[in-house]
Design a binder for this molecule. Structure first.
Ligand code: NDP
Ligand code: GDR
Length: 357
C-alpha cells in the first residue's frame, strides 16, 4: 500500500491552517500541526477535524511548539518526518505589528529562518526531501510601485509585519538557491472567510452587521475607509499553496483575484445585504489608523493561472454576502433570502462556537 504523505503546518489554528488541514485530509495526507500553549483553548477552527490520536485511523495530530523556539521546531521535524511543511504561523495583524514590532519580526521573519535551517540540516543528513511553503503577503508590495502587482514588482514594505515577510521571502529564495531546497513563496493577497479573525476589517464589518441586526451593537468604529484591497476567498487560496508544492520545480507565485475594492465598497455591499445604510452606523476612530498605510493592492494572478491552473471560485460580492450570511447564521438569524446553504453552515461550525461564548 502507498504510504500517505505527511504534512507539517505551522499556524494550524488560524484561518488558513484550518482550511488547509481540511484540504490535505481530503487528499489523504497525515496532517501534523504546531499549536501554542495557551491558557484557554485556541483550537476552535480545527475542532471539527480533530480525532482522538489513540484511534487506529487517526491522521490528524497536534504538537506544542512556537516559531520563536528553534529547538522544538528541529525536534518536531525529526519526529514527524514530513514530506511538506506549510509555514502559516505569524503574528499576522499589520496594525498590531506597529505595537509589538520585535515579537512580530521574531515570529514572522526569524521563524522562517529557523524552519529553513532545520530543513537544511535534516535534508543534508537524511537525504530526504522536505518541500517548504512560505506564506508571503501582498503587504510586501506596500507603497505602490507598479499596478497590478506581480512576482517581479519591487517590494516596498510599510510595517514591521511587512518588513519581516520580505525577510522571510528572501531567505526562502536564498535557501532554494544555496542549498537546493524545494522552497516556494506564495505571495497571497488578502483572503477572507467566515473563519477570518474578528479584528481584520472584513470580518469586523460582517460580524458588526449581524450584531446590529440582532440589536447587540449600535455602532461600528473603523479607521481608514479609502484603502483598497484585492480580496479573495480563503478556501480557494489554500488550494494554491498545495499546488505550489506539487510542481516539478519550486517557484514563487502571486495569488490574487485581479480586482480591487475600497473598505467603503465592502461596507456598501455588507450593509445593503440586510437593507441597512452603512453611513448610519459607521464612526471613525483614529486608533485604527496605521503610522504608514498601504493604499492600493491589486494582484496579477496570471502566472498562478498559467502554471498552477489556479482560479478563484467566489466573486467579491459573493464573498461579502457569504461572510454576512455566516455571521447572521452564527447568531441564529435568517439569511435575507431565507435560506443558508449547507456548505456555509459547515464553514460556520467554528463561528457558531466563538460568537456565543
Ligand atoms: P491567522 O492570524 O488567522 O493565524 C495565524 C496562526 O499563526 C495562528 O494559528 C496562530 O496561533 C499562529 N501563530 C501566531 N504566533 C505564532 C508563533 N509565535 N508560533 C507559532 N504559531 C504562531 O492568519 P491567517 O490564517 O489569515 O494567515 C496565515 C498566514 O498567511 C500568516 O502567515 C499570514 O501572515 C499570511 N498571510 C495571510 C493573508 C490573509 O489575507 N489571510 C494574506 C497573505 C499572507 P494562535 O491561534 O495560537 O494565535
Ligand atoms: P491588512 O488587513 O492590513 O490588509 O492585512 P486588515 O483587514 O487588518 O486591514 C485592511 C484595511 O482596512 C483598513 N481598516 C481597518 N483595518 C482593521 N483591521 N480594523 C479597522 O477597524 C479598520 N478600519 C480600516 C486598514 O487600515 C487597511 O487598510 C491582512 C492580514 O491578513 C495580513 O496578515 C496579510 O498579510 C494581508 O492581509 C495581505
Amino acid at each position: 500500500m502507498m504510504q500517505s504523505k505527511r504534512a507539517l503546518i505551522t499556524g494550524i489554528t488560524g484561518q488558513d491552517g484550518s482550511y488547509l488541514s481540511e484540504l490535505l485530509l481530503e487528499k489523504g495526507y497525515e496532517v501534523h500541526g504546531i499549536i501554542r500553549r495557551t491558557s484557554t483553548f485556541n483550537t476552535d477552527r480545527i475542532d471539527h477535524v480533530y480525532v482522538d490520536p489513540h484511534s487506529a485511523d487517526a491522521r490528524f495530530f497536534l504538537h506544542y511548539g512556537d516559531l520563536t523556539d528553534g529547538t522544538t521546531l528541529r525536534r518536531l521535524l525529526e519526529a514527524v518526518k514530513p514530506d511538506e511543511i506549510y509555514n502559516l504561523g505569524a503574528q499576522s495583524h499589520v496594525r498590531v505589528s506597529f505595537d509589538s514590532p520585535e515579537y512580530t519580526v521574531d515570529t514572522v521573519g526569524m521563524g522562517v529562518l529557523r524552519l529553513l535551517e532545520a530543513i537544511r540540516d535534516y535534508q543534508q543528513r537524511t537525504g530526504i526531501e522536505v518541500r517548504f511553503y512560505q506564506a508571503g503577503s501582498s503587504e510586501m508590495f506596500g507603497k505602490v510601485q507598479e499596478v497590478p502587482q506581480k512576482e517581479t514588482t519591487p517590494f516596498y514594505p510599510r510595517s514591521p509585519y511587512a518588513c519581516a515577510k520580505v525577510y522571510g521571502h528572501w531567505q526562502t529564495v536564498n535557501y532554494r538557491e544555496s542549498y537546493d531546497l524545494f522552497a516556494c513563496n506564495g505571495i497571497l493577497f488578502n483572503h477572507e472567510s467566515p473563519r477570518r479573525g474578528e479584528t481584520f476589517v472584513t470580518r469586523k464589518i460582517t460580524r458588526a452587521v449581524a450584531r446590529i441586526v440582532a440589536g447587540k451593537q449600535k455602532k461600528l468604529y473603523l479607521g481608514n475607509l479609502d484603502s483598497k484591497r484585492d480580496w479573495g476567498y480563503a478556501k480557494d487560496y489554500v488550494q494554491a499553496m498545495w499546488l505550489m508544492l506539487q510542481q516539478e520545480k519550486p517557484d514563487d507565485y502571486v495569488v490574487a483575484t485581479g480586482e480591487t475594492y475600497s473598505i467603503r465598497e465592502f461596507l456598501e455591499i455588507a450593509f445593503s445585504w440586510v437593507n441597512l445604510e452603512w453611513k448610519d452606523y459607521v464612526e471613525f476612530d483614529e486608533r485604527y489608523l496605521r503610522p504608514a498605510e498601504v493604499e492600493l493592492l491589486i494582484g496579477d494572478p496570471s502566472k498562478a493561472k498559467a502554471k498552477l491552473g489556479w482560479e478563484r471560485s467566489v466573486s467579491f460580492e459573493g464573498l461579502v454576502k457569504l461572510m454576512v450570511e455566516a455571521d447572521l447564521a452564527a447568531l441564529d438569524l435568517p439569511s435575507p433570502n431565507g435560506k443558508v446553504s449547507e456548505q456555509l453552515l459547515k464553514d460556520n461550525a467554528y463561528i457558531r462556537q466563538s460568537v456565543g461564548s
